[in-house]
Design a protein around this ligand. Structure first.
Ligand code: 13P
Ligand code: 13P
Ligand code: MG
Ligand code: MG
Length: 375
C-alpha cells in the first residue's frame, strides 16, 4: 500500500523568548488538525522541539499535496492567532508570506516528505532540530549511510553494501533547486567535499541503490533566502526509514553521539554542539544549545504507533553531559574566531551596519600622502 508521510514544522510563537510553544498554541494546532484533517489524513502526531511545532501526517495524497500543505498552513495560522492572543514572543515567526500559494515550500515552514510503498513492518524515524540549520544533518547522514564505523550493516548486509544515492542541494542558489546526485561508495570523497560546507550544501534525500527505495528526506528551507534578512534559524526536520534494506535505527542514531558543532545557537549566529534531547524539550542556555529530537514509529496502513522517544535512554544522558561540556568550552571564547559564525554567515544586520561604518574610517598608510603630492 502506498502511503505518504509528511512533516511540516514552524515556529509560530514561543513563551519567554525562543524557548517553547505554549500548551494553548499546541492545543489550537492539534484541535485544528483533528477537525479539518478528518477526511484528509490517515493519522497525525503533533510535537514540539524547542520553539518549533511539527505536524507529522500520514495520507494518500502524495508529496507536495496542496490540500495537505494548506491544512498545515491553516493550522499554523490558527495557532498564530492563539499566540498573538497570549502575547507570545515571535507570534507567526515562520509564516513569511501573507497568503497560501499551493505549497508551503518557500513560505517559511520546513517540510520533509516521503511517499513510500509501505513494508509489512515499516519503521521510520522523525527528527526535529532547533537553533540550527538543515546542514546539521549532513554529518550524521554521511556517517550513518557510508561509514561502517557507525553502520555495521554496510559490512553485514549485502543490500546495504550496494550503497546509496545522495541528492544534495546547493541551498545558496535562490533562483531554483540546484541539485547533484552522487553514489556511494564510489563518490564518498566527493560527497564529503560538499557536505563539509553545512551552510551551502545540504542532503535533500537518500535512496537505496539495491532497491531504489527512498531512505531519507530532509527539509532544505533557508529562511534567510526567503525573507532576505534574519528571521530565525531554519530548524530542520528529517524523515529516515530504518531496518531491512536501510540502516538499523541504532546505526542512524550512532553519529548523534558525537554532538558535532553546528551553526545556530544564540541569534542563529554562533557555533554550538548538537545535543540529542527527549521529545518535547525546551531551549535554555545561550538560546541553545542546538538540539535534535527523534521520534521512532511504525506505520501500518497509514496508522501510526505511539512515538518511541529514541533519545530517552540513560546512554543519551551521558552524551548530553558531554555535549554540555562542549557547549561550555566553545562559549568560553564568546565572539572570538569559530565561536561566532563567519561574517558572510552572520544572520543579524547589526554587525553589517557596524562594519560599513568602520569601513569608511579605515585608512591605508601612505595613501593620503600620495594623494596630497599628486595635488
Ligand atoms: P533483531 O534481531 O532484534 O531484529 O535486530 C536486528 C538488527 O537489525 C539490530 O540492529
Ligand atoms: P529560532 O529560529 O528558534 O526562533 O531562534 C531564533 C533566535 O534568534 C534564538 O536566539
Ligand atoms: Mg523562535
Ligand atoms: Mg526554532
Amino acid at each position: 500500500m502506498k502511503v505518504t508521510i509528511s512533516v511540516i514544522k514552524a515556529d509560530i510563537g514561543s513563551i519567554g523568548g525562543h524557548i517553547k510553544p505554549s500548551a494553548r498554541v499546541l492545543d489550537t494546532v492539534r484541535e485544528f488538525i483533528a477537525e479539518y484533517g478528518k477526511d484528509l489524513l490517515k493519522d497525525y502526531y503533533i510535537s514540539y522541539t524547542g520553539d518549533d511545532i511539527a505536524i507529522l501526517m500520514t495520507h494518500a495524497l502524495g508529496c507536495e499535496s496542496e490540500k495537505i500543505h494548506k491544512l498545515a498552513w491553516d493550522a499554523f495560522k490558527a495557532g498564530t492567532q492563539t499566540a498573538k492572543d497570549q502575547g507570545l514572543y515571535g507570534a507567526g515567526q515562520d509564516l513569511l508570506k501573507d497568503s497560501f500559494s499551493g505549497n508551503v515550500k518557500g513560505m517559511g515552514p520546513a517540510v520533509a516528505e516521503l511517499e513510500i510503498e509501505e513494508r509489512p513492518n515499516e519503521a521510520f524515524l522523525f527528527f526535529a532540530a532547533d537553533k540550527t540549520e538543515p546542514g546539521a544533518y549532513n554529518l550524521p547522514l554521511y556517517l550513518a549511510f557510508t561509514d561502517p564505523m557507525h553502520c555495521a550493516g554496510l559490512l553485514l548486509s549485502s543490500s546495504l553494501g550496494k550503497g546509496f544515492k545522495y541528492t544534495i542541494m546547493d541551498v545558496e542558489n535562490t533562483k531554483g533547486d540546484r541539485v547533484i546526485e552522487l553514489n556511494t561508495p564510489e563518490d564518498m570523497y566527493k560527497i564529503a567535499a560538499l557536505l563539509r560546507d553545512n551552510g551551502r550544501f545540504v542532503v535533500e534525500s537518500i535512496h537505496s541503490r539495491a532497491t531504489r527505495d527512498q531512505a531519507a528526506s530532509v527539509s532544505t528551507t533557508r529562511l534567510h533566502n526567503i525573507a532576505g534578512k534574519y528571521v530565525g534559524k531554519d530548524d530542520p526536520v528529517m524523515l529516515v526509514r530504518v531496518q531491512k534494506d536501510f540502516p538499523a535505527t541504532g546505526e542512524v542514531l550512532s553519529p548523534f553521539a558525537i554532538g558535532h558543532y553546528v551553526a545556530g545557537f544564540m541569534r542563529g549566529s554562533h557555533t554550538g554542539p548538537l545535543m540529542p534531547v527527549k521529545l518535547n524539550s525546551p531551549i535554555s542556555f545561550f538560546d541553545g544549545p542546538p538540539i535534535v529530537s527523534c521520534a521512532a514509529f511504525c506505520v501500518h496502513n497509514g496508522k501510526l504507533t505511539e512515538a518511541a522517544d529514541a533519545f530517552d535512554h540513560p546512554f543519551w544522558d551521558f552524551v548530553r553531559k558531554r555535549v554540555s561540556k562542549k557547549a561550555l568550552e566553545i562559549r568560553r571564547q564568546g565572539f572570538s574566531g569559530p565561536a561566532m559564525l563567519s561574517y558572510s554567515e552572520l544572520e543579524y544586520g547589526g554587525i553589517v551596519e557596524i562594519m560599513n561604518e568602520l569601513d569608511k574610517k579605515f585608512v591605508v598608510r601612505g595613501e593620503k600622502k600620495a594623494k596630497k603630492t599628486r595635488k
